[in-house]
Design a binder for this molecule. Structure first.
Ligand SMILES: [Zn+2]
Length: 392
C-alpha cells in the first residue's frame, strides 16, 4: 500500500511514518489553498503570504491526522490491542493494528476515539480562529485556523460514515458484533457497506470529472477505489481467519516429504531433486531426523566442475527459523510466516524429526475449495436448483 516510508517522530511511544505519497497530497493542498481558497477568503495580501498560509495549513493537516490516529492508537493500547505504528499516506493516515480487535466494546471505543478527537480539535481551532479575528490584525492566521477547524470537522464527519474500513464502519461492525454475537457476519455487512460507499464515491468522481471538476473527480474516484479494495481485503482476511484459525498445521501438511540424504552429491541433488521437483530448497535428513537445509542459494558459489565431488553434507546449512514449523502450530500463524518471509513452503518438525511439509499453495487451494463449498445458498448455480423438483 505504501511507496516509501520515512520515519518522522514518535508520539506517546508510537512511531509516526510519512509515506512519499503524502507529499503529493501536501503539494495539492498548498497549491489549491495558496491559489484559490485563501486569496478569496482574505483578499489583498501578497502571493508569498498565501503560499506560507498554504504551507501552514498543510502542516496543520498533518498534525490533525496524526492526532486523530494517535487517539485510535492510545485507546487500542489501553485495551491491549497492539498498534504497530502510524503512517501518513495519500488518503490521510492509518494506525496499523496487529490482528483483529479482541472485543466489540474495544473496537467501538477505539474507532470512536478518532472522530471524537477530530471534532474536539476542530472546535478548538475554530475558537482560536475567532480569538485571532477578535484581537484584530491576524486575518491570515484566523483564516488558516478556521480552515483547519473546518477540515477537522469534515474529517470527523467523513470518518463517521458507516462504511468499513472507515471509523464509522468499524463502529457499525462493533455494534452488529455485540448485537448478533457473530464477528464474521458483522464484518461481512460492514465490509459490504464499505464496498457500496466506495462505488458511490467512484460514480460521484466520474460525474465530477465529466462536469469539468477534474481534480476533485480523480480524487474521489481514487478514494472510492481504495475503500473498495480495503473493504474486500478485510472480508477476505476475516474469512481466512475463520477457516484457518484454531486449526493445526498437521491438518494441512503433506506427510513424508521428499528429503535429501546428506551423502548425496551436489550433481545428483541438482539432477534428481531440484530439476525434478522444482523446489528452491530441500530438507536434509538422516534416519528421519532433520539435519539441515539446502537450496539453490547454497550451491551457486560452487564451481560446476565441483558438483560431482562435493556432497550435500558439505554445502548444507542449519535450517532457518523462517523455514520450519511444528505440527501443532496454528495454521494461520504458519500462513502469516510464509507471507511475511516468502518461502513457498515450511518444513514441519516434531522434535528433531521431519514429519511433513506445508506449502502455501496447498493452504490457498484449501481456502478456495472451502469458500466455494460454503458460499451462501442463494448464489448457487441455477442449474443446481433445477435438480430439486426433478428428483422428486
Ligand atoms: Zn480514524
Amino acid at each position: 500500500m505504501f511507496i516509501y516510508r520515512v520515519r518522522l517522530f514518535s508520539l506517546f511511544g508510537f512511531k509516526v511514518y510519512m509515506d512519499a505519497s503524502w507529499l503529493l497530497l501536501a503539494l495539492l493542498i498548498v497549491w489549491s489553498l495558496a491559489l484559490g481558497v485563501f486569496p478569496s477568503l482574505v483578499p489583498g495580501y501578497r502571493m508569498s503570504i498565501y503560499v506560507w498560509m498554504g504551507i501552514a495549513a498543510a502542516a496543520g493537516l498533518l498534525l490533525s491526522i496524526v492526532l486523530h490516529e494517535t487517539a485510535h492508537a492510545l485507546v487500542a493500547r489501553r485495551l491491549e490491542m497492539p498498534i504497530r505504528d502510524i503512517t501518513l499516506f495519500i488518503f490521510g493516515g492509518v494506525a496499523e493494528m496487529e490482528g483483529e480487535p479482541t472485543s466489540a466494546r474495544g473496537e467501538l471505543l477505539m474507532a470512536a476515539a478518532g472522530p471524537v478527537t477530530s471534532a474536539a480539535l476542530g472546535l478548538l481551532l475554530m475558537m482560536g480562529s475567532g480569538v485571532a479575528m477578535a484581537v484584530g490584525g491576524f486575518a491570515p492566521a484566523a483564516a488558516v485556523l478556521g480552515y483547519l477547524g473546518t477540515l477537522n470537522w469534515l474529517l470527523a464527519i467523513f470518518n463517521l460514515i458507516p462504511a468499513f474500513p472507515l471509523d464509522g464502519g468499524r463502529m457499525l461492525r462493533a455494534m452488529l458484533w455485540s448485537w448478533r454475537k457473530d464477528f464474521a457476519s458483522a464484518t461481512r455487512i460492514a465490509a459490504g457497506s464499505g464496498q457500496i460507499f466506495g462505488l458511490i464515491l467512484i460514480l460521484i468522481g466520474l460525474l465530477q470529472f465529466l462536469r469539468g471538476a477534474v481534480l476533485n473527480g480523480v480524487w474521489l474516484f481514487l478514494i472510492g477505489l481504495f475503500l473498495r479494495g480495503a473493504a474486500s481485503l478485510a472480508n477476505q482476511e476475516m474469512l481466512t481467519r475463520k477457516i484457518l484459525g484454531g486449526e493445526p498445521v498437521s491438518r494441512f501438511m503433506t506427510p513424508n516429504p521428499i528429503s535429501v540424504p546428506p551423502d548425496l552429491s551436489i550433481q545428483n541433488l541438482v539432477d534428481d531433486y531440484i530439476y525434478r521437483h522444482h523446489h528452491g530448497s530441500f530438507p536434509v535428513t538422516r534416519d528421519g531426523r532433520l539435519v539441515g537445509c539446502i537450496g539453490t542459494a547454497d550451491i551457486t558459489m560452487l564451481d560446476r566442475s565441483d558438483w560431482s565431488r562435493r556432497t550435500v553434507a558439505e554445502q548444507m546449512r542449519r535450517c532457518g527459523e523462517d523455514e520450519i514449523t511444528t505440527p501443532d502450530t496454528d495454521a494461520l500463524q504458519a500462513m502469516a510466516k510464509m507471507s511475511r518471509t516468502k518461502p513457498s513452503r515450511l518444513f514441519v518438525t516434531d522434535g528433531d524429526r521431519l514429519v511433513g511439509v506445508l506449502s502455501l499453495r496447498d493452504l490457498v487451494e484449501f481456502l478456495r475449495v472451502k469458500l466455494e463449498l460454503e458460499r451462501p445458498r442463494h448464489v448457487q448455480e441455477p442449474g443446481l436448483m433445477l435438480v430439486g423438483p426433478a428428483a422428486r
